[in-house]
Write a protein that binds this ligand. Structure first.
Ligand code: GAP
Length: 436
């Protein structure tokens, strides 16, 4: 399939099947913002749960946090965001469109109107959204919507150390909304002004920074392949020195092969002691760590794997989307890992029938507490299989007329399309064997 087509088809599928809708659509939409529909919210939750499971639940060296979006404005002075979280902005004098100067084509022509040498001088544009806290809108009441969740972790470093008995190397993980006034949002969920981040700040003795940086690069790459993104669609790209963020001594991006080319999926940065040192300076609090074993006090260095939940969901969708021909008919199938699929089991009575429906309801009630299910009795069974295939449902359970006699159902596999007959009283155990 041609690559631009792939993006268009995934966007259409998301709209048509209730994964992602354009935000405020009845008002004509709102500038690259998106809403997650009934299936989308399930899938995004699965992406975040898979991250949390791997980063927090399965480790004994990481704890979780959920810090506030609105923080003391000094946080953003200390972190360097007020001064340095900027993109270079230019206007085309001809068509008045705005662009990021570092996104312009080498030809120098305006991407919108084609005018040559029409750009204004680049000026720095701060990406943080400002708001006012309280009823008075003056400089003293300015607050920012956080542009990353990381700072909520740094300002809670002491609280966590004092309450969790963790000592470096250990990490604090957080999932939450972040906001950036991007100059050029676009490419569906890839770059938006409001998005969700999944960030880990991993605190280590200073001399161990490089070792842990390597460790987290491999670990994060492995997370995406384990969840089904093919290895040839992923790569690690170290940043050039002139690309590094103001806080970073080294960054590598996990890149994905998007339909428009390679691009960032996740960043892994060696933030050194930059943030803790800055917050110590600005807050007057001692944020160093005393290691009893070595009788040594130091400011931990930080390795940060930082991923976007929405961008990850886009990559999982793009990698999973397939079209194929089955017995002369086109089939669209999302080959999502079952851990990510919005619905794990569909319960389908063969036809809408007063004898089959109560048995289907009984089967649904048995399976529902254990798996996210969908019950669908509308239309031909073939059409209903296709509808489940295109949203990635791994298994369909069909209740047919034989079920009334043999108390067994058919379990149909999304990928191989094979069918197994399973007794109803063994169904949950059978599904548990085949699904996470
Ligand atoms: N704390 C580190 C940090 O903020 P970043 O590279 O700016 O690093 C991390 O962002 C990740 O967040 C990116 O790799 C991407 O997945 C996601 N992300 C960043 N800006 C985004 C945006 N405007 N829309 C969607 N996701 C975004």
């Amino acid at each position: 399939m041609a690559k631009p087509d792939l993006m268009e088809r995934v966007v259409n599928l998301c709209k048509r099947r209730g994964l992602v809708f354009p935000s405020s659509e009845i008002y004509g939409g709102f500038r690259s913002t998106w809403d997650y529909g009934p299936l989308g919210v399930l899938m995004k939750r699965n992406v975040k749960d898979a991250w949390w499971r791997s980063m927090v639940q399965l480790r004994d060296d990481v704890v979780g946090l959920d810090s506030a979006i609105l923080m003391h404005p000094r946080v953003w002075e200390a972190s360097g965001h007020v001064q340095a979280f900027t993109d270079p902005l230019v206007d085309c004098r001809n068509c008045k469109e705005r662009f990021r100067a570092d996104d312009l084509p080498p030809s120098g022509a305006c991407p919108n109107c084609g005018a040559k040498d029409s750009f204004t001088e680049a000026r720095q544009f701060n990406l943080m959204f400002k708001t006012f806290v309280g009823p008075v809108e003056d400089d003293a009441s300015i607050a920012y919507l956080r542009p990353e969740t990381a700072q909520g972790i740094f300002v809670n470093f002491l609280n966590v150390v004092n309450t969790s008995r963790k000592k470096p190397p250990f990490g604090i993980a957080q999932i939450g909304k972040a906001f950036r006034n991007e100059i050029t949002p676009g490419n569906f969920l890839f770059r938006t002004r409001e998005f969700e981040m999944m960030e880990l700040e991993f605190f280590v003795p200073p001399e161990d920074g490089p070792k842990w940086f390597e460790y987290w690069c491999q670990e994060r790459l492995g997370w995406f392949t384990d969840l089904g993104i093919p290895e040839d669609k992923l790569r690690l790209r170290p940043h050039e020195p002139d690309e590094l963020s103001h806080y970073s001594a080294g960054t590598a991006d996990v890149e994905f092969s998007y339909p428009w080319g390679w691009g960032e999926l996740e960043g892994i940065a060696n933030r050194t002691d930059f943030d803790l040192t800055q917050h110590a300076k600005f807050s007057g609090q001692d944020l160093s760590y005393y290691d009893q074993e070595s009788d040594r006090r130091y400011v931990p260095h930080v390795i940060e794997p930082s991923a976007g939940a929405d961008r990850a969901m886009l990559a999982f969708l793009l990698a999973a989307y397939h079209e194929e021909e089955v017995r002369g008919e086109k089939r669209t199938v999302l080959r999502l890992d079952p851990r990510l699929a919005p619905v794990t089991v569909a319960v389908l009575p063969l036809s809408r029938n007063e004898q089959l429906n109560p048995v289907a309801a009984e089967v649904a009630d048995m399976v529902r507490p254990r798996f996210m299910i969908d019950v669908d009795d509308a239309g031909s069974i073939g059409r209903r299989y296709r509808r489940q295939d295109e949203v990635g449902t791994p298994l369909c359970v069909t209740v047919d007329f034989d079920t009334l006699d043999d108390r067994a159902v058919t379990v149909r596999d999304r990928d191989s399309m094979t069918q197994d007959r399973v007794p109803i009283d063994k169904l949950v155990a059978h599904l548990e064997d085949r699904l996470p």
